[in-house]
Ligand binder design. Structure first.
Ligand SMILES: *Cc1c(COP(=O)(O)O)cnc(C)c1O
Length: 317
């Protein structure tokens, strides 16, 4: 089972009213500098601060009978699932290891999710998710490798061209590949000439390494400003690896300094984004990607520690 344009159109109708239709804004300074229009899809403006609300909402609305949903994500997917489940009146459970910092635990509780703290590794949290599925009858909603999640993220692709103007290129932050796969399915079906490029950080880019190897591989996780792009794609990946392999026109890697510069550039223009949300701009500002026509970047999230953001902005002065 894969994901089609029809699935994404259905997701778009399903999630309307439950998620924000985010603005597509022009970056005037960068457009002038590069001589081509640069447009930003502002997904940090979702109520949970990241696009993952689209996939989580579509997945929950596509469930038949369910007692509740469960995940082990502490990041933007965990937030999205908790928010969407509460909005739709379904219990959400988030399984965490003892290593997850208290402020993250509190943030998930504040969204109304039940928190289970189990063991001292992500693997043990994942094992608890599996137990909750078999013993408690909860439904796992994974962060990227799930058809309804991919279709939900793909609704961004429809919105990018909804006025009939399809760009020359779309630069998409790439981790597990749900976002890039969804956008690429939508765009390649409607505007095949539009290039869809995945952008990851140099440190620990699992999809980039997997595409190079020709099959899913594991990478060592390294600290990065683009923390939402960390983690693997799953050695048993079912959907996103093949979709990214078949549909992406390329993958580019950006350095930590390039990500920091992009966070600053966007901050100066009034867009507070996290590192993962700045990688498309990092590729443009570093000239790793040279636009040959109108180019869209996906500002995928804004959940950055405000103190870190302030430090990065000061470094610009
Ligand atoms: C999850 C996430 C991504 C990457 O999405 P994938 O579907 O895992 O590739 C990019 N940016 C932000 C802010 C995210 O939370």
């Amino acid at each position: 089972m894969s994901v089609t344009l029809d699935d994404i159109r259905a997701a778009s109708a399903r999630i309307r009213g439950h998620v924000a239709e985010t603005p597509l804004l022009r970056d005037d300074a960068l457009s002038a500098r590069l001589g081509q229009p640069v447009l930003m899809k502002c997904e940090y403006a979702q109520p949970t601060g990241a696009f993952k609300l689209r996939g989580a909402t579509n997945a929950i609305l596509s469930l038949g009978d369910a007692r509740g949903v469960v995940t082990a994500s502490t990041g933007n997917h965990g937030r999205a699932l908790a928010h969407a489940a509460r909005a739709l009146g379904l219990p959400a459970t988030v399984c965490l290891s003892r290593l997850v910092p208290a402020n993250k635990v509190d943030a998930i509780r504040a969204l109304g999710a039940q928190v289970r703290i189990i063991g001292d590794s992500q693997d043990q949290a994942m094992a608890e998710v599996a137990r909750a599925v078999t013993d408690d009858g909860l439904t796992q909603i994974p962060p990227f490798d799930h058809a309804d999640v991919i279709a939900g993220q793909g609704t961004i692709g429809l919105e990018i061209g909804q006025n009939g103007d399809w760009p020359d290129a779309v630069l998409v932050p790439l981790s597990g590949g749900g976002l890039a796969a969804g956008i690429a399915v939508a765009i390649k079906a409607i505007s095949p000439a539009t290039r869809v490029i995945g952008i990851s950080m140099e440190n620990g880019a699992a999809m980039a390494a997997s595409l190079r190897a020709g099959h899913p591989v594991e990478v060592t996780e390294v600290a990065t400003l683009a923390d939402s792009l960390g983690g693997g794609i799953g050695l048993d990946n079912r959907l996103t690896f093949a979709l990214c392999r078949d549909l992406l026109d390329g993958v580019l890697l950006v350095s930590e300094a390039e990500i920091a510069a992009a966070i600053r550039h966007l901050g100066q223009a009034g867009h507070m984004v996290e590192g993962a949300g700045a990688v498309g701009h990092a590729a443009l500002l570093s000239a790793k990607f040279t636009p040959q026509g109108p180019t869209v970047t996906i500002l995928s999230g804004g959940n950055i520690d405000p103190a870190l953001h302030a430090r990065l902005m000061e470094a610009a002065a």
